[in-house]
Design a protein around this ligand. Structure first.
Ligand code: ZN
Length: 187
């Protein structure tokens, strides 16, 4: 199921795995552990807060999140309750440089298993709740642009000498065109 000889990289918008509903892991094999290890490497390399297996081209239900120095692998995660709603900016390693506001619950309770197979129950708030919801979306073949507030959608095109972000507003249609073109044939 998971080919360990294949060198995994983060796939970008347009890759079919990003639109697939991921299938359960169930058995935590050495291949699953190797997959999680590689996902953590890629997340760190890209300075992301989270990464779902769909984003490395493998539609299986596993995601990693890192928040305030704590790294969590979520295997077959399920959100069992969600409360509140708050809109804030999100981006995605599979949609480089694109950002926009998405409404997410302020608090979620997640059940999953860790890498040792132990059942874990996690209560997450704020940014971590947002990151988990974002990764759960990936496992269901969804992307943040599916429910972004389009009026806030923008490209991060650079930073000023003072470190202020330079942004360029865009529409969803235009963003999709750019992302699709950037991917190129066979990419
Ligand atoms: Zn993402």
């Amino acid at each position: 199921m998971i080919d360990r000889t294949k060198r995994l990289t983060i796939v970008h918008y347009g890759h079919p795995a990003l639109r697939e509903k991921a299938s359960p892991i169930r058995r935590i094999t050495d291949d699953v552990k190797a997959l999680v290890g590689r996902m953590i490497e890629l997340m760190h390399g890209a300075r992301g807060l989270g990464l779902a297996a769909n984003q490395v081209g493998i539609p299986r239900r596993v995601a990693v999140v890192e928040f305030e120095g704590e790294l969590t692998a979520l295997i077959d995660p399920q959100i069992v309750s969600a409360k509140g709603g708050e809109s804030a900016q999100e981006g995605c390693l599979s949609l480089p440089r694109l950002y926009g506001d998405v409404e997410r619950p302020t608090r979620v309770v997640v059940r999953a298993r860790d890498l040792s197979g132990k059942r874990v129950k996690l209560t997450a708030e704020g940014m971590l709740a947002r990151a988990i919801c974002h990764e759960m979306d990936h496992l269901n073949g969804k992307l943040f642009v599916d429910h972004v507030d389009e009026s806030t959608l923008h490209w991060l095109v650079g930073t000023t000498e003072e470190g202020e972000p330079i942004v360029q507003p865009t529409t969803l249609d235009d963003a999709v065109k750019v992302l699709t073109a950037a991917r190129g044939p066979g990419g």
